[in-house]
Design a protein around this ligand. Structure first.
Ligand SMILES: C[S@@+](CC[C@H](N)C(=O)[O-])C[C@H]1O[C@@H](n2cnc3c(N)ncnc32)[C@H](O)[C@@H]1O
Length: 214
């Protein structure tokens, strides 16, 4: 299953225009555990005040409140996304909260390049939507400082009893979120950053994979 950037653009144009609906979709995806799981993924980076963090495929900026707390006003968030509409929603959130230390960048994560190295990379529900995700992971690790971490939170289809719902879940998220559930994100992260730890939540439907650059 390979999505194109055109599909990403089309899908997220809609979600970006209705960020409150996107937020509702997140509540469903995380089965009510959204804040807890976002925080766990961010805590895994062990960010310090003053750090610079890259939020890869940042969407409407739902990680930014937690990232602001983690890096402080003297730190910096680089918010990167392909969708202009998702970035616009993230910018509006930043204005509303008076977060002045976020740099917004539009582009394809598979072509990511930054003028600086960062102290952490977070991507939540992003990698599964990025068409050339392996290249994006490689680029993300390239911009990371040595000994620093990348934390990938993403979703996978349920196993066990709940797998009877897989055809419906796959259909909905494939068409409405450009979600490619066939990607082997954990293995692909391991390819680019040897040291990876995986934790699973919500009956295995959400995982957090944390890699340290050596
Ligand atoms: C499900 S949303 C996740 C957004 C956000 N990280 C969150 O946790 O709510 C997937 C995001 O990936 C972005 N995306 C997909 N392909 C991309 C690419 N090639 N480069 C950058 N962003 C991309 C989409 O625009 C969308 O904002």
């Amino acid at each position: 299953m390979q999505y194109s950037l055109k599909q990403v653009e089309k899908t997220y144009k809609v979600w970006g225009r209705y960020p409150f609906l996107y937020k509702l979709a997140c509540l469903v995806t995380f089965i009510g555990q959204e804040n807890k799981l976002r925080k766990l993924a961010i805590d895994a980076l062990e960010l310090q005040q003053g750090d610079t963090v890259l939020d890869l495929a940042c969407g409407t900026g739902l990680n930014h409140e937690l990232l602001e707390k983690a890096v402080g006003t003297n730190g910096k968030i680089i918010a990167f996304d392909y969708s202009i509409e998702m970035l616009t929603a993230a910018k509006q959130r930043a204005v509303k909260h008076k977060w002045n230390n976020i740099i917004f960048m539009q582009g394809d994560a598979a072509e990511l390049s930054l003028d600086e190295k960062v102290d952490g990379v977070i991507s939540t529900l992003g990698v599964s939507a990025i068409p050339q995700h392996k290249e994006a992971l490689k680029r993300a690790v390239d911009v990371l400082k040595n000994e620093k971490r990348i934390s990938i939170l993403d979703a996978q289809l349920p196993t066990g009893f709940w797998k009877i719902f897989n055809p419906v879940i796959a259909h909905v998220y494939k068409n409405w979120a450009s979600w490619d559930y066939t990607k082997k994100i954990q293995e692909d992260l391991f390819e680019v950053v040897g040291d990876v730890k995986i934790k699973k939540y919500n009956g295995g439907t959400i995982f957090i994979a944390t890699g340290t650059k050596t």
